[in-house]
Every structure is written in C-alpha cells, then in structure tokens.
Design a protein around this ligand. Structure first.
Ligand code: HAM
Length: 419
C-alpha cells in the first residue's frame, strides 16, 4: 500500500474555513498600517545565510539551532527567512531606500524556524511586521505602540493584551551592563541551570528571560540595566513614557525584557497575553539603530515590530465578524438556461457587492437546490425554460423566511444594486 505523504511537522495547511479569518485580519492590519503612512515591501523567502547570521546574531537561538539552511545547486548557503527585519534592511540598502529619506515599511508573510511545535509555536508561521527607518525617536517608538494598539482595538482584543517596555541603552551602556551581569551570574553559577550556563557564555542578557521558577529570585536581584544607562538613553526612555502617558496608552516597564535577537538597542517592547498558553508574546520589537550601518549602509536609526498571525488568530477568532457578501446560487435547468445563465452571472457580478456561484455540472432542480444549500449562498436564482420564456428569474431565499420573488431578467442588475 502506498503511504500518504503528510505535511511537515509544524507547517500547517490553512483550510478554507479558517483562511477567511486570515484574509479579514490581514485586511484590517493592512488598512490601519496604510493609514499611518507605511508602504508594503515584499521580500524573498530565501536569503544568503550570512545575512541572518550577521544581523540576528551568531549566538542567538535562531541562528544557532532554528534556521532552515541548505546548500543550493550552486553550492551557496541559503536560509529560509526566520524573520523579516534582516531582509528588509538588505533590500533597503540594495535599493537605496534609506538614503536621506524616512521610510515606513510593512510586510506580511511566512517565516521559518525549526522550533519544537506547540500551541502558538510552529515551524512555518506568519508575521505582519512594520519597520521605520531614519527616525530616532522616541516619537516613532510611541507611534509604533499606538499603531499596534489600533490593531488590538479594531480586532477587539485590547483588553486581552498588555504592553511591556524596556530600554537596552546604547552599545556602550549595554557592554558595561553586560560585564556586571556576567560577574553577578558567574558569582552564582552553581544556581544556574544548564540552559542559563550556556547563555552566560553566549548571550548573558538572555538569562533574564529564563522562565525557570528556581531562578526567579536570583534574576530579580540581578543588576538592572537602568543603573547603567547614559543620559541620552534615559532621556529617550523618559520621552517615550511621557508620550505614552499623554496619549493614555497603558504600559508596564519590565526591566527583564531583553528580546532574543541581538540587534536591539534603546527601546524594546512586547505585547503579551495570558489567553493563549505558554507562547504568550503576540507582538514584539524595538530599536535597532546600529544595524543598517553594520550591514554596509549609511548610519540610520531604525525601529520595528512583528506580530505572529497564528497567535493573533488564537486571540481574535471568536471576536471577529466576517464581512458577508450577498451570494446567489444560480440554478440552471437545461441547455438554454446554461447558455444564457453564464452571461447573466457575469452581468450580476459587475456589482461588486454580490457574489454569484453558477451551478456547473447539471442536475435536476432538487440536486441543484441541495448544492445551493450547502454552499455559502444566501439566495438561489432559478433559471429554466419557463423562466426564459417569461424573461424572468425566480429568486428563493435560502436562509431567511421570505417569500420567493420573480424578477425581470433585464432588471436583474438593478435589483441587486438597489436591494
Ligand atoms: P520575534 O520576537 O522573534 O521578533 O518574533 C515576533 C513575533 O513573531 C513573536 O512575538 C510571535 O508572535 C511570532 N513568532 C515568533 N516565532 C514564532 C513561532 N515559531 N511560531 C509562531 N509565531 C512565532 C522578530 O522576528 C523581529 N524581526 C521583530 C522586529 C521587527 N523587530 C524589529 N522589527
């Protein structure tokens, strides 16, 4: 027996009953983002591996163990993008998008990480991300947070998410902080678990991220980044808090928020929830002011965030009302009706607010009405020889208790426009 081929673990099909929610959520996100003056950028799924290693950081979980990397037929090492920021910078430098210009960009699409799949964590997942270049903040930081808040409000989940913010300072203050943090955890090495011992060598700030309950007291007493900030970083953070207070956007300062990618500086932020289990970060981002220059471009301040669409869907699903399109199922009885019906359907579809599903494949009246009932349509329009002779069409409501109607074929377009 031939064994059926199945999808790869952690890579999900999005079936028609769910894809409708995806389309609607993406529509809302796009519409709001465009309103803030961001423009869409579409980037390749594959990039040279070096791009991610150099931007995200060699010592991060993503680069160390989660990337889908392979040699292509030319022997080049390529990687399926694990996130969108690196590609966005690559494209911006390559096409001169950042040159003496402010750019507000957004993207939407699949990302790939070889993580252990669980609820809210997949190997192919989807991000909606925004990035702004050429603006130092803190006004742009606040804009990003307000923009995300608009998403949550529009999707009616603002009561389910909390904004957490922190600052990582500039490279110098972070280096100073890192030194003290390493000393502190080194002095307490016997208390650390294996994962944190590894992080102590590779990326000590990430120890602050550990969820191990046995380490929480140790982490709580660790040195705080705020004590190592220079005056510029302090002013930036205070400036952001002031704007957030002014616009009444609630936030929590979380000094342990450090992010898992290396490129961040100054403001970092996450929107977290308690509603979807362990994978509780819906949206995350921050400044990455050094990265454009590090990748060969002109020094350009930058900030962005990305939200996980799967996680958003878990939060949104029951609150979302999908737009309904009046849809007619066109029942065609006999060859004459088929010939006329195809053209008639085109005429009706010219009105964008009406959908028409034409019965293809024949069948008697009851078979076609059965199909109409199973379809998305809320009306059936019946066209047979009798209707053709009287130049009328018979309209039956499928989901409402309303009497059927006869409509003159020549008036059919107007009927749906004025309905
Ligand atoms: P990130 O925190 O790695 O940041 O991912 C952002 C969001 O993507 C997460 O908060 C989560 O919602 C979603 N996500 C990440 N991994 C998975 C997964 N395996 N399964 C499902 N959802 C996932 C970035 O990617 C940065 N590029 C964000 C950014 C943009 N920073 C500045 N600009």
């Amino acid at each position: 027996m031939v064994k059926n081929i199945q999808a790869i673990r952690g890579m999900n099909d999005i079936l028609p009953d769910t894809s409708r929610y995806w389309v609607e959520i993406e529509r809302v996100l796009r519409q709001i983002t465009l309103q803030y003056g961001y423009q869409e950028i579409r980037l390749p799924l594959l990039e040279f591996t070096q791009l991610f290693a150099r931007t995200i950081g060699e010592a991060t979980d993503i680069v160390e163990k989660e990337m889908y990397t392979f040699l292509d037929r030319n022997g080049d090492s390529l990687t399926l993008r694990p996130e969108g920021t690196a590609g966005c910078i690559r494209a911006g430098i390559e096409h001169g998008l950042f040159y003496n210009k402010v750019q507000r960009l957004f993207y939407c699409g699949p990302m790939f990480r070889h993580e252990r799949p669980q609820k809210g964590r997949y190997r192919q997942f989807h991000q909606f991300g925004v990035e702004a270049y050429g603006l130092a903040g803190p006004d742009i930081d606040a804009e990003m947070m307000l923009l995300a808040m608009r998403f949550w409000q529009e999707l009616k989940i603002d009561h389910k998410v909390e904004l957490q913010i922190n600052t990582l300072g500039d490279a110098d203050s972070r280096a100073k902080y890192r030194e003290h943090l390493v000393k502190y955890f080194n002095d307490n090495q016997d208390m650390l678990d294996e994962d944190c011992k590894r992080r102590l060598l590779s990326n000590p700030l990430r120890i602050l991220d550990s969820k191990n309950p046995a380490l929480q007291d140790l982490i709580k007493s660790a040195p705080k980044i705020f004590d190592y900030l220079d005056s510029k970083a302090h002013a930036h953070f205070d400036g952001l808090c002031k704007i957030l207070d002014q616009v009444k956007l609630p936030y929590v300062i979380n000094p342990r928020l450090v992010r898992g990618l290396d490129y961040y500086c100054l403001t970092v932020f996450e929107w977290v929830t308690t509603d979807i289990g362990a994978q509780n970060t819906v949206c995350a981002g921050g400044h990455y002011d050094g990265l454009v220059a590090q990748m060969g471009g002109k020094a350009t301040p930058a900030i962005g965030f990305a939200l996980g669409l799967e996680r958003l869907l878990l939060l949104v699903a029951e609150n979302l009302t999908l737009p309904v399109l009046d849809t007619i199922y066109l029942v065609l009885l006999g060859d004459r009706a088929v010939t006329v019906g195809m053209g008639l359907a085109e005429k009706i579809r010219k009105n964008n607010n009406v959908g028409v599903i034409v019965n293809c494949g024949g069948g008697d009246l009851s078979a076609q009405l059965k199909r109409a009932n199973k379809s998305e349509a809320n009306m059936a329009a019946i066209l047979g020889d009798a209707e053709l002779d009287s130049e009328e069409i018979l309209l039956k409501y499928l989901r409402e208790d309303k009497p059927q109607q006869r409509i003159k074929i020549e008036n059919i377009e107007n009927f749906f426009i004025t309905k």
